[in-house]
Design a protein around this ligand. Structure first.
Ligand SMILES: [Zn+2]
Length: 238
């Protein structure tokens, strides 16, 4: 079915142009024609749903699409295939969590989230966090989780390209993650959001945000991780 997808995509690009006035003014977003084309295809293939009274306009959709496409600029839209939904809440949203412990006791609690990426399902975003959170890029964060999950497990390691060395990836990320968790424990300044210490998958999502938004500093602080991200994303933003 690859030819059909290609045909549809060519048709979308023939019939649509990115409205420059809608392109988000974000300093880390390149004004590249390739990124704009990718965002157009993303808008054509993904389905946006606004909930809880939020009104989604074109500028908001383009902003999400542009940021979501930055990580896959050199990978292609097929890295986001197999699901279509993007659900946008006006602000942080509540989800009910359930866990059964070793004794069979069921624990339930509510989490307040700015974003969530479901395996094989939609990406859920808080518009307020997407537009205004100065400390995180919730779009890049959730879409990095999507890439991480592609091999069936959210463990901080997406499927690596042929020629990449899984041991080199592990070595770089394990060392960085351990050092990071130590710093969080000792309450030292961690530069990255301490939330990155929750799990290796969160570390990957948070440092992916930094890779695109603050590449020079990411390279300075985490040179080995930067090199692996450069190989995976096939970009060198610094
Ligand atoms: Zn996360």
């Amino acid at each position: 079915m690859g030819w059909l997808t290609d045909w549809r995509r060519r048709r979308v690009l023939r019939n649509h142009r990115m409205d420059e006035a809608l392109w988000p003014r974000l300093p880390f977003l390149p004004h590249s024609p390739k990124l704009k084309e990718l965002a157009l295809l993303f808008l054509a293939e993904k389905q946006f749903t606004a909930v809880h009274g939020l009104e989604l306009n074109d500028a908001m959709r383009v902003s999400i699409a542009a940021q979501a496409c930055l990580p896959i600029l050199e990978l292609g839209l097929d890295w986001y295939s197999g699901w279509t939904g993007i659900v946008v809440y006006p602000g942080d949203f509540r989800v009910r969590r359930t866990e059964v412990d070793e004794d069979g006791v069921v624990h339930e609690w509510d989490d307040e989230l700015a974003g969530e990426a479901m395996p094989g399902g939609p990406v859920v975003l808080s518009w307020d966090a997407t537009a205004h959170d100065p400390y995180m890029n919730v779009v890049i964060h959730e879409f990095a989780h999507k890439l991480d999950m592609l091999d069936g497990i959210a463990d901080g390691k997406p499927p690596l390209h042929a020629g990449m060395d899984a041991r080199a990836w592990r070595k770089a990320f394990d060392a960085a993650y351990e050092g990071f968790c130590d710093a969080v424990e000792r309450a030292q300044d961690t530069w990255l959001d301490p939330y990155a210490g929750e799990h290796p998958s969160e570390f990957f999502a948070v440092i992916s945000e930094a890779f695109f938004e603050n590449p020079a500093e990411t390279r300075r602080r985490y040179p080995d991780v930067y090199d692996q991200l450069k190989l995976f994303y096939r970009q060198d933003p610094a």
